[in-house]
Design a protein around this ligand. Structure first.
Ligand SMILES: [Zn+2]
Length: 255
């Protein structure tokens, strides 16, 4: 089976045919979705969605793009929700080097890392032009459960820095673009136990699908690109990826 380890199924882009989409995914053997919440306002929607669809697993966090509006109250609410619900991770959190206010982004990133550590949970991390800002904070907080570097792009050395900290790399549409030479080179060499797959749907359309709404169905395409880059058989790759996820996340029965 396949898991889309990062897709925003709660987004309005999927409102028109979410039921059908999940059925189509099941036909493709895509039976698990990790759905990260991005703002406190959207968290209830993510929780509701994951109650409705047992194949969807929630994690909640304050995404760096919306940190300007985030407050201490949001962090308190996050702690409360972590106590109440079976959340599998804290995320999506991170630092985005391409947008403003790195100080507040860093402050909220670190605070959420500490919350994850306190609750013994992994984190789902957004990065862009920010490996040099994220790695030192991860080293400093030293999470027990590690996490996923979502939509990893970068060199093998950058990947290795995360792997050494107990992280796995979310491999997505980036490897379908031949121009992503550095990332493709890194993905060829990654230890098998550090790879998970994701689409980031509705964002990040694959090569050949630019301008379209991305879909978790495309995890199959990402997987076939991965197969072309790796020496292992598709069976071995698929099984290892699922094991990597089960090792990181506690997929227990939701209530
Ligand atoms: Zn995302």
């Amino acid at each position: 089976m396949f898991t889309d380890s990062h897709c925003h199924l709660d987004f309005t882009e999927f409102d028109a045919d979410r039921n059908e989409l999940i059925k189509r995914c099941a036909k493709l053997n895509i039976n698990r979705f990790i759905v990260p919440g991005i703002t406190a306002k959207r968290w209830p929607r993510v929780l509701q969605l994951c109650l409705k669809y047992p194949s969807a697993w929630p994690c909640l966090g304050l995404h760096p793009w919306w940190i300007a509006k985030a407050s201490e109250d949001d962090l308190m609410l996050l702690e409360q929700l972590l106590g109440k619900h079976d959340l599998i991770a804290v995320g999506e959190i991170g630092i985005d080097g391409a947008i403003e206010d790195i100080d507040k982004q860093t402050e909220y990133f670190v605070k959420q890392l500490h919350i994850a550590k306190k609750h013994d949970l992994p984190v789902v991390v957004h990065h862009r032009k920010s490996h040099q800002l994220i790695v030192p904070e991860l080293k400093h907080v030293n999470l027990t459960k590690g996490g996923i570097i979502h939509a990893f792009s970068g060199s093998y050395q950058q990947a290795k820095a995360y792997i050494d900290l107990g992280f796995k790399l979310g491999i997505g549409g980036t490897i379908t673009y031949p121009r992503a030479i550095k990332t493709i080179k890194a993905v060829k060499k990654l230890p098998l136990d550090s790879i998970v797959l994701e689409t980031d749907a509705p964002a990040m359309p694959l090569e050949g699908f630019q301008g379209e709404i991305n879909s978790p169905e495309k995890i199959v395409n990402v997987f076939s690109h991965l197969c072309n880059l790796r020496d292992e058989s598709p069976e071995v790759l698929q099984e290892s990826i699922e094991n990597n996820l089960k090792q990181m996340f506690n997929f227990k029965v939701q209530n």
